[in-house]
Design a protein around this ligand. Structure first.
Ligand SMILES: [Zn+2]
Length: 171
């Protein structure tokens, strides 16, 4: 899985099956400790997030006095005692089946299994598996009780075998 993500490091593969969504959020804290509502900015890249942060800091009425930053967060302190916390949001999804590498957006198998069952075959939780590869890992066919109630399809679409395993009747 070419996907590494923590506060100091991220890494993902550039591929058509990997979707990368950037975001930026901020909260302003006044000198008396009052926090603003979360402010959301629309950004499409890390560079855009960084320039948006710089613009936002420049637009504050008070002069910045100190900047503290990590890879995906910035805190700006201002002369009047207020501060702004920014979070760069990175949401990476690799849509390939972990085993057969099928792009799961091209097949109608977007489902959730019960937690303990999923963790028994995908211990680090992350990723997608098609029905055939889940069953390969389990060594048996799936049945209706294996799916999270109401989440046998997250997008309302069913491949023939997902419909068969979940027991959901044809629409
Ligand atoms: Zn598969």
């Amino acid at each position: 899985m070419a996907l590494i993500f923590d506060t100091d490091h991220y890494e993902y593969e550039i591929a058509p099956e990997v979707s990368v969504l950037w975001g930026l959020a901020a909260v302003r804290t006044l000198p008396d400790g009052t926090e603003s509502e979360r402010i959301n900015y629309k950004v499409h890249s890390r560079a855009e997030a960084e320039s948006t942060i710089e613009d936002a800091i420049r637009r504050e009425p008070s002069e910045p006095t100190r900047i503290a930053a990590s890879l995906l967060s910035v805190t700006a302190h201002f002369a009047d005692g207020s501060l702004m916390d920014f979070w760069i949001i990175l949401d990476v999804t690799d849509w390939r089946c972990l085993d057969c590498r099928t792009d799961m957006r091209t097949v109608d198998e977007y489902y959730l299994l019960r937690d303990e069952l999923w963790l028994s075959i995908v211990p680090d939780r992350v990723g997608h598996l098609c029905i055939g590869c889940v069953e390969g890992r389990l060594g048996r066919l799936l049945g209706p009780d294996d799916f999270q109630p109401g989440r046998a399809s997250l997008d309302g679409r069913y491949s023939d075998r997902l419909r068969d395993r979940t027991g959901v009747p044809d629409a």
